[in-house]
Design a protein around this ligand. Structure first.
Ligand code: ADE
Length: 227
């Protein structure tokens, strides 16, 4: 079983949308498991404080190293071989290649940051790898971790209805996906491209490859340059 352990201040946000549809069915079947750990349980004092003001001053609050380390040590046994990720806009951007590698492994342990961030010392001391889901700032790592989990879970054996639909989609071939059409043949005066109705499979394959390249050049030239 592929195992996900989540350290968060908001365990109620899980499984959230992953409890429905294909990922929810797979969770119920035991294809993967989800375990949440509330960082607050390791908070200090009567108010279970988990954060404090930044050293050097400035806005916001920072999650304390001692509190987060104690939450990590309680949740993750020493021999646990799963990658330890910290969702953060500062992280290395998540890619489909990384998703594929994570899905092929034993699972993930994910720390969800909040506030301005977490004390830098705990990142190194507990071997956390910062991962970003894109160049924008969310209010915390929870939704980012749901995104990462969704991308991984759909690749687990038996989760996708049709095996092929997992591999042919955008990015797996390094290009954006070609356009899709279905019935009706004409809709609001718009026809389906004639090639797709030709029954000529070689010609259809060529049309799709051309369209994928054209769309990628137009929208994501960075993918063609291989950077
Ligand atoms: N937490 C806040 N913003 C984030 C992002 N873009 N990616 C991952 N975690 C985040």
């Amino acid at each position: 079983m592929w195992r996900a352990s989540i350290l968060t201040l908001y365990p109620d946000m899980f499984p959230g949308p992953l409890g429905t549809s294909l990922s929810g069915d797979a969770l119920a079947r035991g294809t993967w498991s989800l375990e949440t750990h509330n960082i607050r349980e390791h908070g200090l004092g009567r108010h279970r404080a988990v954060d404090d003001t930044p050293a050097g001053g400035g806005p916001g609050m920072v999650i304390r190293a001692d509190v987060l380390a104690s939450a990590i040590d309680a949740a993750l046994p020493a021999g646990d071989e799963r990658p330890r990720l910290l969702m953060s806009p500062r992280g290395r951007p998540l890619t489909q290649a990384r998703v594929r590698a994570l899905a092929a492994g034993p699972g993930v342990a994910i720390v969800c940051g909040r506030f301005e961030g977490v004390d830098e010392r705990v990142i190194g001391a507990r071997g956390l790898e910062e991962v970003s889901i894109g160049d924008y700032v969310l209010s915390g790592g929870e939704i980012a971790s749901l995104v990462l989990l969704d991308a991984c879970v759909r690749l687990l054996p038996g989760v996708m209805g049709k095996e092929a639909s997992g591999s042919e989609e955008s990015f797996e071939g390094g290009l954006l996906e070609y356009p899709h059409y279905t019935r009706p043949r004409e809709w609001e005066g718009l026809a389906i491209p004639e090639t797709l109705l030709s029954g000529d499979h070689a010609r259809i394959a060529r049309w799709r490859a051309d369209e994928a390249r054209r769309l990628t050049a137009e929208r994501r030239p960075d993918l063609l340059k291989g950077d």
